[in-house]
Design a protein around this ligand. Structure first.
Ligand code: UT7
Length: 336
């Protein structure tokens, strides 16, 4: 028998109804559909408009669907991990709020902040809990209301981000499926290029920080772009090579959806075709910790047991990484 691994056994997703189009954005800032499509590749993004609702409400939609699809009772869940940069509140954790709202009572839960690499870090963390043998059913739910920290007066950042949530169920298996290999990295010095200036312990909220618009995303786009292209590609190629996966043996690249040009550059370096890449950036934009599970949510029906998937991300931190997954079930049956 091979060693215990953590495998994905179900996928759920949720996006709010409201579609913010490039044309509507063009009425808010000086931009155009043509610029956004050429430089970023996003047509529209979903926005959670209702007042008083936050990332947990998006996460609840994804987790409810996940539990339903996998015939899982909330009491069976052992652990919930929520990667997010837009928690409902500074504390308590959004994972706790999601657990409460969906009726998960026999679990422990926590948030994880690794920017756009949050979902990969959380998958890796979940897998360690499972491989320990102590926990059997772990929910990883990336949930982001990015519109709560986007400055809709800043044309360099407001076209990029959208709201959404995606969730995976992860369980142990003795078979050779699931998380096979990973490489996760961080370079904290990259924080100067991508961060939120105020609202933390260094610079708590004041009238001045609000007036200076310091509670929004601050991004030096070109610096982030350059680092993302180099590092996402490097780490994905390394994972491919050390697992002896030839380009035509890779079924799917599941990349973070930040910029179409970054996705294309990564695919080029890996020597794979565009048809091997999950891309939904046109519809949802960059949903930070929710991009990877939202890809799986849309592609689940096309996934077959034994497929080779490489996940790749780059984001605030800087954080980046890649995980190799051997897919564990035929997606068209929707249940493992
Ligand atoms: O997920 C987290 C990680 N984030 C990322 O991976 C994002 C990485 N960065 C990017 O995707 C790109 O850098 C951006 C999409 C943010 C910007 O694209 P760019 O091609 O790097 O543009 P730029 O910042 O070099 O700006 C080029 C020009 C500037 O005008 P000038 O100075 O040449 O006259 C900008 O002011 O484009 C202008 N510009 C715009 N024009 C129309 C910037 N934003 C816009 C806009 N519409 N929305």
């Amino acid at each position: 028998m091979s060693k215990l691994r953590a495998t994905i056994t179900g996928v759920g997703g949720y996006v709010p109804d409201y579609r913010l189009s490039n044309d509507e954005l063009s009425q808010m800032v000086e931009t155009s559909d043509e610029w956004i499509m050429t430089r970023i590749g996003i047509k529209e993004r979903r926005i959670l408009k209702e007042k008083g609702r936050g990332s947990s409400d998006l996460g609840v939609g994804a987790v409810r669907q996940l539990l339903e699809k996998t015939n899982t009772h909330p009491d069976e869940i052992d652990l919930v991990i929520c990667p997010t940069v837009t928690p409902d509140m500074q504390f308590p954790a959004t994972a706790n709020i999601i657990s409460d709202k969906v009726g998960i009572k026999n679990a422990f839960s926590f948030d994880l902040n690794a920017g756009c690499s949050g979902f990969l870090y959380a998958m890796s963390t979940a897998s360690k809990f499972i491989v320990s043998g102590q926990y059997k059913k772990v929910v990883v739910v990336g949930a982001e209301k990015m519109s709560s920290i986007v400055d809709y007066q800043d044309r360099a950042t407001c076209p990029i981000f959208g709201d959404g949530a995606g969730a995976l169920l992860m369980e142990p298996t003795g078979e050779d499926y699931g998380l096979m290999d990973e490489k996760l990295q961080v370079d904290g010095s990259g924080r100067k290029h991508l961060h939120q200036k105020a609202g933390g312990s260094v610079k708590p909220a004041t009238h001045e920080t609000v007036d200076a618009r310091e509670h929004y995303i601050y991004q030096e786009g070109q610096q982030v772009f350059k680092a993302a292209v180099a590092r996402m590609a490097d780490v994905s190629v390394e994972i491919m090579e050390r697992n002896n996966i030839a380009p035509d043996e890779l079924n799917w690249l599941v990349p973070h959806q930040a910029n179409m040009r970054i996705i294309e550059a990564t695919a080029r370096r890996m020597g794979i075709k565009k048809e091997q890449v999950m891309i939904n950036i046109q519809r949802y934009g960059n949903t930070t910790a929710a991009t990877l599970p939202l890809c799986l949510w849309e592609w689940e029906e096309k996934l077959n047991k034994g497929d080779n998937l490489i996940f790749a991300t780059f984001g605030a931190g800087f954080t980046w990484g890649s995980i190799y997954v051997k897919w564990g079930y035929d997606g068209k049956n929707n249940t493992p």
